[in-house]
Design a protein around this ligand. Sequence first.
Ligand code: FES
Ligand code: FES
Length: 879
Amino acid sequence: MSVTIDGTPHEQPPRPGQCLRTYLRQEGAFGVKKGCDTGDCGACTVHVDGRPVHSCVYPAFRAQGRSVTTVHGLATDGELHPVQRQFLQAQGFQCGFCTAGFLMTAAALTEPQLEDLPRALKGNLCRCTGYRAIADALHGVVNVGEPAAGAAVGGNVGAPAGPQVVTGTARYTFDLDVPGVLHLKVVRSPYPHARIVAVDATEALAVPGVHAVLTHEDAPKRLFSTAQHENVAEDPADTRVLDDVVRHVGQRVAAVVADTEAAAEAGCRLVKVEYEVRPAVTDPEAAMLSGAPLVHGDKDASYGIARASANVAGELHAELGDVAAGFAEAEVVYEATFRTPRVQHASLETHGAVGWLDDDGRLVLRSSTQTPFLTRRALATLFDLPLEGVRVIAGRVGGGFGGKQEMLVEDLVALAVRKTGRPVQLEYTRAEQFTAATTRHPFSVRMKAGARRDGTLTAMRLRVVADTGAYGNHGPSVMYHGCHESLSVYRCANKKTDAYAVYTNTVPAGAFRGYGLGQVTFAVESVLDELARRLGMDPIALRERNIVRPGEEMTAPGSHADDLRIASYGLDQCLAVLRSAAESPVEPYPAGWLVGEGTALAMIAAGPPGGHFADATVTRLGDGRYEVAVGTAEFGNGSTTVHAQIAADALATTPDKIVIRQSDTDAVGHDTGAFASTGVVVAGKAVLHAAQALRQKMLAGATEEPLRAHGHWGGSPRSVAFNAQWFRIAVDPQTGEIRILRSVHSADAGAVLNPLQCRGQIEGGVAQALGATLAEHVDIEATGQVSTVGFRQYHLPTFADVPYTEVHFAETEDAIGPLGAKSMSESPFNPVAPAMANALRDATGVRFTDLPFTRDRVWQTLQDSLSSGGHRPKREPEE
Ligand code: FES
Ligand code: FES
């Protein structure tokens, strides 16, 4: 084999069957990424003799005698390629995991192809940006500015890691050589519920290169939750590293550790498992019925499970005021049931970790995690180690969306490292991501609301059933959170909630952007829209009449969020933006299509209840630069950029003088993690405190070296942020196709510290929500088997699918957040589905209650409605 890689000859022959992607990484080209290994995402794009190919489906041997260019070879003579410069200047990325692939595709585009980006970029997926930043880059838009000293906050400062991202040198989890690393593969259950009677590993251990086969007999007996929260008691302790009972298809049964992935896979195929199959339940309503199979029948309330005897992991039953009296007072009432399916995070970097023992015998884990400190604590507890006996590091994380607020791989890697004494890595395949990682919780929400003739709400009632799957990780918390701000954003004296997080024998759900609010907001905002229609009121006016106002209490049944404040208020401004959009002339649309408009709003707490902690240390380096050590990980949320801006302003310098050291449990004190929209409002506040303290020391003439100061924030009290979405759509009644004519999103993020990034979070959130609204669903067969196992079946939004969304910011300044800022990363997701449902209702006269609104479902629902005499479009179709 002789191949030229980025101008350098390589002679190493590929392994039999090896693809070019793994060959290139083996030869050190870590900029070549894996998003799927099936040719569907484009993250692995390279040029072979100048032509772009997906290297994961290109046999390595075919590169014989050819010239391969990766992202590392795009720059010439130290000069960035024009597309690299454009991506840097426009900040055409967030997590950056897809960026190398986009750069390689874009670098090969001709002028005519650049005119048709939806077609030209159809082979590359981005889960973070919503594609507008990428379009900006390819159109040569310069978004990033150069702030003056002390004036970075409020400017479009570029990400500190930008140069590394566009050259492929940013280090993600597996972008390093770990000498002697072993590979771990998992034997998974074919049954939704079974007891493991026996495991025979004899043949697997005989495979050359296999070092160990681990089973429940090797695993700690201690139960834990894969969910990571500051307060461990938030989640039921119902999980073992390897259990002797499997509760969903795809659950770990055994782990095979070998020299190569191929040997580990061969070993997995030879592990013989004897199961005693048990009855299973896959429907949450059925699971709560008397006599249903019990998923955790061997446990009780001492494990943090509400009612294991009824498969209820957590429940909430509470009432404010008198709901029956409220409905009696109402002049109009509407009630319906709304359903949302499983949705995958689909972060382009799959779950994975590599672990080893350092020279002192400490366990070190490098992981794609949003919670390095909580993961360290969980591992220390699990393996009875002192906290300082474990170090967890996150490299740059290739997308999270809540999915990596979970310990899905680190425990198994740690077990294998401790058993073998060797470095071990486990990297999920895309199929494992669908079958063995978490999803958004499917919710069924029965919502009833009543109002007086003037639109004043008199009663709101929720019945929520959330399917947490086989384990309770995040189940109760997602259910509680979903039922909170969705109701508390409205003033109403009478509110009642009955909610259940229910175990079933299905793949576990987990944390996902919005944390339950997206599901319940879909129901609440749809019902309010129906009330407005029945009252003959403008839906925006109905909301304006009932939304919570400054100085008022935010109430939800069962809520004890005493630290929640309206510390700045821009919801009225957000609605005013949507009203003016609604008054705009209708865009052209195809003859015969139906046109409609829809609005929805959402509120979210800036941070979780119960405390969220961050520590930061700022050190003067002596060469004009400062090091900021902060615990939180960067996974595309942009908090690192904002931390650099905050520190630079406090120290009267520029962000390029700020060196960030992050997400390393050795670097700084405890940090709860990068979740619940806390990167700016919690970790940012700790950075601000540390930088201000250092500035004070400097002004006081302190001479100690190194000069250093610490900052801390405990995440309480908390403010609330607001989002509102408006769509104008056209619907083809003949096919069910929905075309978005105009999309407007307004947000109250307090003082916007980096408008470019904040806009990107909103564009990305709206795009992700549109995927969940119009297309995405993970399917599970009656047997409990996940049948959606790759991007081929699971339609992620592509460049062509995502419309331009106008983003507007309210002008407010928060009294709690750092420098007036509020959070803005999860919340843009939440109002999108109901705004689309309300637009559909407006266009077609039909209330759509089940997500996603696929073309088939829209068409079928319209047909059903027509045949039952319904279906009354607002505007008559044009001839
Ligand atoms: S990794 Fe090759 S296309 Fe996804
Ligand atoms: S920036 Fe594209 S996947 Fe994260």
